[in-house]
Design a protein around this ligand. Structure first.
Ligand code: GLU
Length: 481
């Protein structure tokens, strides 16, 4: 490949669902590689599998790239010189290329019924052979083919895979990969509905869109031989291939599965992870800088990224590490931005409450979706049992004493301000010689209905005096039961 060529990378999502977090990582690397080389990053929608299309998946996927600031230069909604960028809008283009292969006898019509193919596969399986098309239709004469076509018989068009040839391609992570064509099935290129399969459309499009480097998940390695054969048949220059590792689940063997937590890029945003934090985490999931540096902005990553440091071994998606990154990025937010996220994840919160709670929470929270649970007590009375108030072994009588005295102290304050409340409560503790741990557990549970909460005294001004007193009354009521 000549070095003067513009680097063009692409992401080719199929709108069969939301974008997987692993695909977001692929997109990030493909984007960074293009940008680092002053190249272009392209989105092409691969919607040839009409049966698996999911309504709304395409706009949602495009939005994900926007939400993560992976700005694409060409794509369905932004256009570009090589459009259209949706495969079903390119059907006329594929016709021309399949005709070329048919003319050269590098592809052929197959009229076999699904029933015959099923039976053939069963026989092959029983004989412990790899299921492969037996090429019955390759024997048809031109005349027979024309008659069948004239009669309107249903057909697919298959790739005529060359016999017993060793073909290689270079994978930028794994090096040279060689396969024998005897292992490759005569892949269907055009389905009976006239729509191409992924294998055919991907090659035509990557060529016409002048893609120079294909980054994708390693699950596509086994498809690459078919694509290499097509490149050879057309006499097209092959792009570079770079098959990235899969992301493994930390708790179970194998790749990440939705059974063990969020796996779609959108879900992570809904969970309250910041796009910058998630991207930073993904940067290091399968790539290392070779230095100690762990925190990267997108701009920094574009500069630092290199193919040589991509890993061969599949990385584990360590959710704890992601939480750690997210915390770091939350602390870096301006109070204003923090407030925006706060409101987004907890629309009931008032501006005044945000002002009071931002300094308390910005240093502590792991992700924004946690706010709903930890601040539930601001909006409702959380149910809890009397035992929780006495969790630290406090006897009910002392707990009643603690709460009664706290209530009268709080009602007598001139301003319901954190500093004042804090000083007064500490004085009260001292005067009564209460155990600090016990006291704060009783008080925390009385106010929040939970033993794990944000710093309770700091939250009181956001709760307000009346609500605070009422919650203490409810707790006293529980204790006297
Ligand atoms: N449409 C394929 C997918 O859904 C793209 C594979 C490729 O990048 O070639 O992942």
């Amino acid at each position: 490949m000549s070095s003067t060529k513009t680097i063009r990378t692409r992401m080719a999502p199929s709108p069969t669902g939301d974008l997987h977090i692993g695909s977001l990582r692929t997109a990030l690397y493909a984007y960074a590689y293009a940008k680092q080389n002053n190249g272009k990053f392209i989105i092409r929608v691969e919607d040839t599998d009409q049966k698996r299309l999911v309504e709304g998946a395409m706009p949602r996927t495009l939005q994900i790239f926007k939400d993560f600031n992976l700005v694409y230069d060409e794509g369905p909604d932004v256009g570009g010189p090589y459009g259209p960028y949706i495969q079903t809008e390119r059907l006329e283009i594929y016709k021309k290329y399949i005709q070329e292969l048919l003319n050269k006898k590098l592809a052929y019509y197959c009229f076999c019924s699904p029933k015959r193919l099923d039976e053939m596969r069963l026989v092959q399986k029983a004989a412990k052979k790899i299921p492969k098309y037996d090429r019955q239709c390759l024997k048809l004469s031109d005349k027979e083919i024309q008659t069948k076509l004239k009669n309107g018989e249903k057909y697919v068009i298959r790739l005529k895979v060359p016999d017993n040839q060793n073909i290689s391609f270079n994978d930028q992570i794994r090096g040279k990969i060689t396969f024998n064509t005897n292992e490759v099935d005569d892949q269907v290129l055009i389905k009976s509905n006239g729509i191409p399969t992924y294998h055919f459309a991907v090659v035509v499009d990557d060529h016409l869109m002048q893609i120079t480097q294909i980054m994708r998940g390693e699950e596509w390695i086994s498809s690459t031989p078919k694509q290499v054969i097509l490149y050879n048949y057309f006499g097209w220059e092959m792009p570079e291939f770079c098959h990235l590792t899969v992301l493994l689940d930390p708790t179970h063997p194998g790749k990440m599965s939705k059974r063990f937590g969020s796996v779609m890029a959108r879900q992570f945003l809904d969970d309250g992870y910041l796009p910058e934090a998630l991207l930073n985490f993904l940067m290091l999931l399968g790539w290392n800088s070779g230095t100690e540096q762990e925190l990267y902005t997108l701009e920094e990553f574009i500069k630092a990224f290199n193919l040589e440091h991509l890993h061969k071994k599949s990385p584990i998606f360590d959710r704890k590490k992601l939480d750690y990154f997210n915390g770091l990025y939350i602390r870096k937010l301006s109070d204003e931005k923090f407030g925006e996220y706060f409101k987004k994840f907890l629309p009931e919160i008032t501006d005044n409450q945000i002002k009071i709670l931002t300094p308390v929470l910005k240093e502590r929270i792991v992700k924004f979706s946690d706010l709903k649970e930890s601040l539930k007590f601001l909006f409702e009375d959380v149910n809890y049992g009397k035992e929780l108030l006495l969790k630290k072994g406090t006897d009910p009588k002392s707990a009643i004493d603690m709460l009664t005295k706290t209530k009268s102290l709080l009602s007598g304050l001139s301003t319901f301000d954190f500093q004042i409340i804090q000083t007064e409560i500490l004085n009260l503790l001292k005067e009564n010689n209460w155990n600090t741990g016990e006291y704060f557990m009783v008080f925390r549970v009385a106010i929040c209905g939970s033993a794990f909460t944000p710093p309770v005294v700091e939250c009181l001004p956001a709760l307000g005096l009346n609500n605070t007193l009422r919650k203490i009354d409810v707790a006293l009521h529980h204790l006297s039961d």
